[in-house]
Write a protein that binds this ligand. Sequence first.
Ligand SMILES: CCCCCCCCC/C=C/C(=O)SCCNC(=O)CCNC(=O)[C@H](O)C(C)(C)COP(=O)(O)OP(=O)(O)OC[C@H]1O[C@@H](n2cnc3c(N)ncnc32)[C@H](O)[C@@H]1OP(=O)(O)O
Ligand SMILES: NC(=O)C1=CN([C@@H]2O[C@H](COP(=O)(O)OP(=O)(O)OC[C@H]3O[C@@H](n4cnc5c(N)ncnc54)[C@H](OP(=O)(O)O)[C@@H]3O)[C@@H](O)[C@H]2O)C=CC1
Length: 296
Amino acid sequence: MLRDGAMRGKTIIVTGGGTGLGKSITRYLLQLGANVTICSRRQAVLDETARELMSEPDRPADAGEVLAIQCDVRNPAEIEQVISQTIEKFGKIDGLLNNSAGNFISPTERLSYKAFDTIVDIVLRGTYYFTLAVGKYWIENSIPGVVLNISTTYASTGSGYVVPSAVAKGGALIMTKSLAAEWGKYGIRLNAIAPGPFPTKGAWDRLFPEPLASVMDPTKRIPLKRVGEHGELANLAAYLLSDYSGFITGETVTIDGGEVLAAGEFNHLEQVSSEQWDMIEQSIKQANRASKKEGQ
Ligand SMILES: CCCCCCCCC/C=C/C(=O)SCCNC(=O)CCNC(=O)[C@H](O)C(C)(C)COP(=O)(O)OP(=O)(O)OC[C@H]1O[C@@H](n2cnc3c(N)ncnc32)[C@H](O)[C@@H]1OP(=O)(O)O
Ligand SMILES: NC(=O)C1=CN([C@@H]2O[C@H](COP(=O)(O)OP(=O)(O)OC[C@H]3O[C@@H](n4cnc5c(N)ncnc54)[C@H](OP(=O)(O)O)[C@@H]3O)[C@@H](O)[C@H]2O)C=CC1
């Protein structure tokens, strides 16, 4: 979507950039000329992704470079290492994509305290630790910056069976708005993306495992009748991390094919056939005529 070289000279940190959506966004940022630090718990996964992204056949000559650093986002010392190594390698940091997450479906009453903590710590604590660390660096050095948080649609609606994730994503979303208000004066913007279903191994293994996958079609409840494509999310993420979105802050952009609209009172009427609509129309018009007569 963005023109070639649109992110040249920018350095972005992508948490969870070794897999799934973080990897797809990293690929696009590199193509647009950004340097990208990817970080997560598994160094071997990060190294393999870095190797793959640096040797892609269609990699433009002026594509950015990737740096892979092990980091558990629950550990501030490791986050500070990522920041200092990124500055050492690329000179500065312009953007942070908080994309790391942990999640699984479960009836909430089956969760141990530790299970709940694990999800909240990765998603909420990890997001505010990283944002705080990078934000302090930007403010101390008078550098304008941009934070993009990968949220979910249920951060606003709530959802059963993923309650720790909903609690944590909801908290991160309100942090996005709160800090957008507070740090705007430093030239720091914060936005969020709320994606619907985008197939990744990490999400599908934990949110759509067998036997659900055999009996449920997640596209049925999506008005556009399909799941998202990684390129569609990468386009939006690159735009929100770029200077082209320079007047957007505190915003959450939903990208879900309309799935979140499912609450609409009458949406289920798509099951009504054309013949049934003929009958319904006649019935309503008859009621209209009757009520007019009553008024005469
Ligand atoms: C429609 C299509 C989709 C559509 C999807 C569309 C919307 C999706 C929106 C959001 C999507 C995402 O976030 S997708 C992101 C998915 N990706 C990931 O989750 C990647 C990272 N995940 C992980 O590493 C693991 O899954 C995770 C458990 C979170 C962390 O692993 P750890 O090794 O740190 O932790 P563990 O020691 O294994 O587990 C910690 C505790 O959690 C408990 N635990 C783990 N799994 C459990 C389970 N299934 N049920 C109960 N409890 C569980 C353990 O027993 C431990 O508690 P004790 O027994 O008490 O010790
Ligand atoms: N796929 C989808 O349909 C949707 C996804 N999302 C969101 O998109 C983002 C990416 O998810 P997706 O690509 O699907 O799934 P992935 O499982 O591929 O991505 C999650 C990433 O988080 C990293 N991670 C997990 N725990 C930690 C930790 N403690 N410290 C650092 N990194 C960690 C993982 O790497 P490692 O294991 O090496 O640490 C992994 O790279 C998440 O924020 C998710 O909530 C939102 C809505 C829908």
